[in-house]
Design a protein around this ligand. Structure first.
Ligand code: S3P
Length: 451
């Protein structure tokens, strides 16, 4: 798992235009949920297009440890034989979540309403991330927790069966917290309700319905109210996982900023709760065409053709934050090439991701020669009006065990005078194992370095 992997420095030098057609790996959020819901369903589910990154493999391992049969039958194709809601078994080993916050928080929800005890461990990055946001509502439902100081991992929890249904208003805009409560509600008698004042990604809702759960969504004056009826029975499904828009984001920005580029990204999930980056880039003047719009497994999907364009700075609307929360690092890279100063505020949550992404990107872009000022809730970035970045020369960007910092800065290196070097690009394997190969196939020049 990533916390034991040796550091792998990566250097990227400027290249000619990026040209070609590519596919991105399966969506990470949907991949996690596919394994969890199939693992709880009655019967055998088949999943194709699963993201086989370390984060998702951590979910697969945990579901296996709790009794589901989870098998890989071909590239991206997995078969899962579920235990039935209420049927999770006591894991005999600690569940190693690696770098994955989504695995941890959603699985905690599942465990909360089963009479089992589970221990969650993770790498240095995950062990710094706040878990109070899930232990708080799950405690109200009856689960109990022993945690490292500050409600962090390592954490041992004991679920309660039957658990107590709650009505819960999300104090932070978080699809992970929403999903944790809904998943706990699956095996809880009665109706569990979550109100989200700000809409976040809705894959749990869409997929739970697809698996046959009784789940309703209603707009109320307080926000979206999601109600799930407990002691649900989930039925096995065939799931096709669409391409991850967060992974596509790196190529959207790379093609936009490297002169002469023309890239088509096939099969990208276009769920409105996920495509804030497309909106922001278009506001900046990016050329992104949506081709072949279609529906895959109840989700909108399209091919995206992205061509180089002169970008202009914007004030990033804070209400886009939930729909592009994972894309700020790569948006900051786009801003570094725009004309004028881009201001992104209202994104406090970035401080508690795989790294503190505000501080990490301020330091990384600063090292590559961009003028950046840091705010409590975002960054202001002075764009270079299409000029290449100076690059990091002999210094190395710290990726801080954060895949998205590593990939974002790799993109920054694709249009820089001197190369951009990243101290450790091994974390890329958590979400996008083929990133470096795809970069090469498009004509970019990434190079693994000696330590
Ligand atoms: C995710 C939700 C988001 C996101 C993460 C995946 C999910 O986290 O950053 O990468 O799959 O539910 P938060 O819920 O903490 O915002």
């Amino acid at each position: 798992m990533s916390h034991s992997a040796p550091a792998r420095p990566l250097s990227i030098a400027a290249s000619g235009p990026l040209v070609g057609t590519l596919t991105v790996p399966g969506d990470k959020s949907i991949s996690h949920r596919s394994l969890m819901f199939a693992g709880l369903a009655v019967g055998e589910s088949r999943i194709s297009g699963l993201l086989e990154g370390e984060d998702v493999l951590a979910t697969a391992g945990a579901m296996r440890a709790m009794g589901a049969q989870v098998e890989r039958t071909a590239d991206g194709v997995w078969q899962v034989h579920g235990v039935g809601v209420g049927g999770l078994l006591q894991p005999q080993v600690a569940l190693d979540m690696g770098n994955s916050g989504t695995s941890t928080r959603l699985l905690m929800g599942l465990v909360a309403s089963h009479a089992i005890t589970a221990t969650f461990i993770g790498d240095a990055s995950l062990s710094k991330r706040p878990m109070a946001r899930v232990t708080e509502p799950l405690s109200r439902m009856g689960a109990s927790f022993t945690t490292a100081p500050g409600e962090r991992l390592p954490l041992t929890m004991r679920g309660l069966c039957p658990a107590v249904p709650i009505d819960y208003t999300l104090p932070v805009a978080s699809a992970q917290v929403k999903s944790a409560v809904l998943l706990a509600g699956l095996n809880t008698p009665g109706i569990t309700r979550v109100i989200e004042p700000v809409p976040t990604r809705d894959h749990s809702e869409r997929m739970l319905r697809g698996f046959g759960a009784q789940l309703t969504v209603e707009e109320t004056p307080q926000g979206r109210m999601i109600a799930i009826t407990g002691e649900a029975e989930l039925r096995a499904q065939n799931i096709e996982v669409p391409g991850d828009p967060s992974s596509a984001g790196f190529w959207m920005v790379a093609a936009s900023v490297v002169p002469g580029s023309d890239v088509t990204i096939r099969n990208v999930l276009m769920n409105p709760t996920r495509i804030g980056l497309v909106t922001a880039l278009r506001m900046m003047g990016a050329s992104i065409d949506e081709l072949a719009q279609r529906d895959v497994g109840g989700e909108p999907v399209a091919d995206l053709r992205v061509r180089h364009a002169a970008l202009t700075a914007i004030e990033v609307p804070p209400d886009l934050a939930p729909s592009m929360i994972d894309e700020y690092p790569i948006l900051f890279v786009a801003a570094a090439f725009a004309r004028g100063t881009t201001v992104a505020r209202g994104a406090h949550e970035l401080r508690v991701k795989e790294s503190d992404r505000i501080a990490a990107m301020a330091a990384a872009l600063g090292l590559a020669g961009v003028r950046v000022s840091e705010h409590e809730d975002g960054l202001s970035i002075e764009g270079r009006d299409g000029d290449p970045l100076p690059g990091t020369r002999d210094a190395r960007v710290a990726s801080l065990l954060d895949h998205r910092i590593a990939m974002s800065m790799a993109v920054a290196g694709m249009h820089a005078r001197a190369a951009v070097t990243i101290d450790d690009a091994a974390p890329i394997a958590t979400s996008y194992p083929a990133f470096v190969d795809t970069a090469r196939a498009l004509g970019a020049l990434p190079q693994w370095m000696n330590r």
